[in-house]
Design a protein around this ligand. Structure first.
Ligand code: XMP
Length: 510
């Protein structure tokens, strides 16, 4: 097989690099995100067909990024986006003028070129633009390819060296024709062939897994969620009986989940699976702990300990399979993205881990994992299950976790899930759940004063969990959910609906 095409997204900070990467992969071209601190030799070694420099205007000035070597661009096409364009202009001798106010706005862009990365576009398009600073003096060899109000140099081309800069964001939904611009760069400029497909990924990973694992045995951490199920199915296809999966019931599962997962594993996956009942053990460890990061760390740590113990009983294992995906890796902290929270399967790992990690989905986004799952022939319900965090209900019972509080959250969550299922809105919502708040308020029930806890309903739409919006559920549906929770779950006397987008919130409450 030919070497697969690769595009590298060089991340100069800000929130856009991951989104750019997704858009490139949606165009069926494989890409990876590397920090701007990556050594030029390392970038060259990977033999990328093209580079995309992604950064916000605001981050790139401070990035120490001018160390970036122009020699790199001699024979590799490059697209600078946002601050990435300014970086290119500065590297090639242009001048940037600092605007007074820097902001991100939707404006109309007038195209002065209709070829190269702008091929097939109309003369005017709507874009999301980083406004403020702009390229005042063009570097030699460059021309202006587009202008917008307040930004006379909104896009620049040096076609002889295949260098392109756009001050706006083709990767965001607000930029019409954005995907076309990206596709033009990938296919027309870099000569990519569109060889990044689920089938190709599976074939490649099977080879990688076989080579990494050799004749060793692998223990798989199976939660029944999309990521770990797909990781297990893929690994099972690669090494068959060398894989044994362990499903841990940590007592933080949703109602009916253990039964559902058991059925899936038995009926559809046909792989060796062991069910461990560790409910008491996790609850004991969580007793008295209210801090979210501590809870996550404890759960991550306990998970690994359970695996190690089970593995020791089962004989010799060398690898631990985990369903870690790209956003878990990014949000647990990278050189350019600050740490948001420790995902239990990344940040919570004990330092003295005795098993080597196998993470075949580490570079994939959730929607890509689903495509892989479908290609592997997993059942629709398993592939399209909404995400459920590894630490489970522990991050949805805010503050200290107890058996009683878990019961309240679990029952309320079940009612919510049932109602949304019946409403037929399931597929339209990325994730929905109930979270129990650690406060109490006064209420009334059957003529008696109550002093009980509120539950929050969280329902969001999202493309990849990196950002999210509140799902606009019909008020009648919310009322129906609230009525049922209030009458069927004693111990809850208020139901709230969370309107917070991500950012500034996160999807989970902890
Ligand atoms: P946040 O709350 O950070 O979550 O907006 C983004 C997505 O990740 C899920 N999530 C987790 N998944 N282990 C996981 O496997 C975790 O520790 C974890 N924390 C959050 C969350 O449900 C959402 O889909």
């Amino acid at each position: 097989m030919d070497e697969r095409d690769l595009i590298l997204v060089v991340d100069f900070g800000g929130v856009h690099a991951q989104l750019v990467a997704r858009r490139i992969r949606e165009a069926r071209v494989y890409c990876e995100v590397v920090p701007y601190t990556a050594a030029v030799e390392k970038i060259r070694e990977k033999k990328p067909r093209g580079l995309v420099l992604s950064g916000e205007l605001f981050s790139i000035h401070d990035a120490g990024s001018l160390r970036f070597d122009t020699a790199l661009f001699q024979d590799i096409p490059v697209l600078g986006i946002g601050g990435g364009m300014h970086l290119l202009a500065r590297l090639w001798g242009g001048k940037i003028s600092s605007g007074e106010k820097r902001e991100c706005r939707n404006v109309q862009l007038t195209l002065l070129r209709s070829d190269l990365i702008f091929k097939g576009l109309p003369g005017e398009i709507s874009i999301q633009m980083d406004q403020g600073d702009f390229v005042q003096t063009l570097p030699s060899g460059f021309c202006v390819a587009a202008a917008a109000p307040g930004t006379p140099t909104a896009a620049i081309f040096d076609e002889n060296h295949h260098i392109f800069g756009v001050q706006f964001h083709p990767e965001v939904g607000d930029t019409t024709w954005g995907q076309q611009i990206i596709n033009n760069f990938l296919y027309d400029i870099c000569g990519c062939r569109g060889d990044w497909t689920p089938a190709a990924f599976i074939e490649e990973q099977i080879a990688v897994i076989r080579e990494t694992v050799g004749s060793s045995r692998v223990i798989g951490a199976l939660s029944g969620g999309v990521d770990s199920t797909v990781a297990a199915a893929l690994t099972h296809r690669a090494i068959g009986e060398q894989l044994t999966c362990i499903f841990v019931d940590h007592g933080l599962l949703r109602k009916g989940e253990r039964e559902q997962v058991t059925q899936l594993l038995k009926e559809h996956l046909g792989m060796k699976t062991i069910m461990v009942d560790a409910r008491e053990r996790f609850l004991a460890k969580l007793s008295g702990v209210a801090d979210p990061e501590k809870k996550r760390k404890i759960i991550g740590h306990e998970f690994i300990r359970v695996f190690e113990e089970e593995a020791a009983q089962l004989g010799k294992f060398e690898f631990l399979l985990q369903g870690t995906i790209y956003p878990d890796v990014i949000e647990s902290g990278t050189p350019t993205a600050g740490k948001v929270k420790s995902h239990h399967n990344v940040g919570g790992l004990p330092e003295d881990l005795k098993l080597r990690l196998l993470e075949p989905l580490r570079l994939l986004f959730k929607d890509e994992v689903r495509l892989i799952g479908e290609e592997l022939g997993l059942p629709h319900e398993a592939v399209w299950r909404q995400p459920f965090p590894g630490p489970g209900l522990a991050v949805r019972v805010l503050g200290e976790v107890t058996e009683e509080k878990l019961l309240l959250a679990r029952e309320a969550d079940y009612i919510l899930r049932e109602e949304i299922h019946w409403s037929g809105l399931e597929q339209e919502i990325w994730q929905y759940f109930a979270a129990l708040l650690p406060v109490r308020s006064v209420g009334m029930s059957e003529g008696e004063r109550t002093y009980a806890q509120p539950i929050v309903i969280r329902a969001v739409t999202s493309e990849d969990a990196m950002t999210a919006d509140c799902a606009r559920l019909p008020l009648e549906l919310l009322e129906q959910i609230a009525d049922r929770i209030l009458s069927e779950v004693p111990g809850i006397n208020r139901v709230l609906y969370d309107l917070t987008p991500k950012p500034p919130g996160t999807i989970e409450w902890e």
